[in-house]
Design a protein around this ligand. Structure first.
Ligand SMILES: NC(=O)c1ccc[n+]([C@@H]2O[C@H](COP(=O)([O-])OP(=O)(O)OC[C@H]3O[C@@H](n4cnc5c(N)ncnc54)[C@H](OP(=O)(O)O)[C@@H]3O)[C@@H](O)[C@H]2O)c1
Length: 291
């Protein structure tokens, strides 16, 4: 194995940064799926470790924390609150998901909003994110008024969406006055649906940043070894398949990857993903590579 292209601009393995949500932050964000439980509270969660590992990532400079109130019946927010309490709030970006497609009315949205503030012990939310761009009982017009009001009073910094396709973004642009700053989508080296359906190209052209969720395909990147062409690229670097998968994503100008780990060795592995620069040819080959 040879060590191709040690990054001369990055001798300390610093992660690249991105201008997003009015800050310049590292291109790795802190995923939280499963922290404190999945859709119910989990008796199997190791709460102490989960808090410790979020704190560790923050201490290393990661700053975007993905928050979802539904998770662990609100329990994951409690762990996030404990993890962030000793850090400078202004250096942390809390991205909060709202299932507006499920709420019965704007009153319920207000209630959930206030629960986020209370459970995270914060006065404001950096990023108000709709979890799905689906409008059932709450209309785009009502959301627009809600958002304008929250921004005016300093309760919300930015607006983002998740799981939006190009058509959804076009609709939001027409109906909501606050620009969508980011779209959180399933995007990794295996899953290119949002490349194929034109959403990523639309985001790039309209200055909408991509928050790539499941960037390690839920930790399944090692199955890449079943692909000789991927293994051939991996074997030419002193990077692991996970690091190659993250490196490929983070080389993209508009992309921040939201990776979840509660394992110190995995966290360090992920944060070291940019220690080596992939050649342009390898990046191009990975662009066109498919399982
Ligand atoms: N907006 C949405 O609809 C949506 C949907 C899904 C996810 N998300 C967000 O995106 C985040 C990331 O997605 P995800 O959690 O589904 O998938 P992921 O980050 O691709 O993978 C996480 C899994 O991979 C493991 N892992 C992490 N680093 C590893 C490494 N270096 N080697 C081996 N295994 C490793 C983790 O286990 P360990 O903890 O043991 O390391 C965990 O089981 C979520 O946590 C959530 O915040 C959003």
């Amino acid at each position: 194995m040879t060590q191709c292209g040690i990054n001369p601009m990055n001798p300390n393995n610093h992660l690249p940064t991105i201008n997003i949500f009015k800050k310049n932050i590292p291109k790795l964000g802190i995923g939280t799926w499963g922290i404190g439980g999945y859709m119910t509270k989990s008796p199997y969660s190791d709460y102490v470790n989960e808090i410790t590992q979020i704190k560790y990532q923050l201490s290393k400079g990661l700053s975007l924390v993905d928050c979802w109130i539904a998770q662990g019946e609100g329990g994951s927010l409690e762990l996030i609150r404990q993890a962030i309490e000793d850090f400078d709030r202004e250096k942390i970006t809390l991205l909060c998901k709202f299932d507006i497609h499920k709420y019965k009315d704007i009153v319920e949205l207000e209630t959930v909003f206030n629960k986020y503030l209370k459970q995270l012990n914060t006065d404001y939310i950096d990023v108000f994110q709709i979890h799905k761009p689906v409008f059932t009982n709450i209309s785009e017009r009502e959301l627009n008024i809600f958002l304008m009001e929250k921004i005016k009073h300093g309760k919300v910094g930015s607006f983002a969406v998740s799981n939006a396709k190009k058509e959804d973004l076009i609709n939001l642009k027409k109906k909501i006055d606050i620009p969508v700053e980011a779209n959180e989508i399933l995007y990794n080296i295996f899953d290119r649906e949002y490349e194929v359906n034109g959403t990523i190209e639309y985001c790039n052209k309209n200055n909408i940043k991509i928050l790539a969720y499941r960037p390690l395909n839920r930790g399944m990147t090692n199955i890449a070894h079943t692909s000789p062409s991927f293994a051939e690229i991996v074997n030419r670097y002193t990077l692991t398949p996970n690091q190659i998968a993250l490196n490929w994503l983070l080389q993209k100008e508009n992309v921040l990857a939201l990776v979840k780990s509660s394992n110190r060795a995995h966290i360090n592995e992920n944060m070291d993903c940019m220690s080596i620069t992939l050649t342009l040819k390898d990046l191009n080959d990975l662009d066109s590579w498919r399982m």
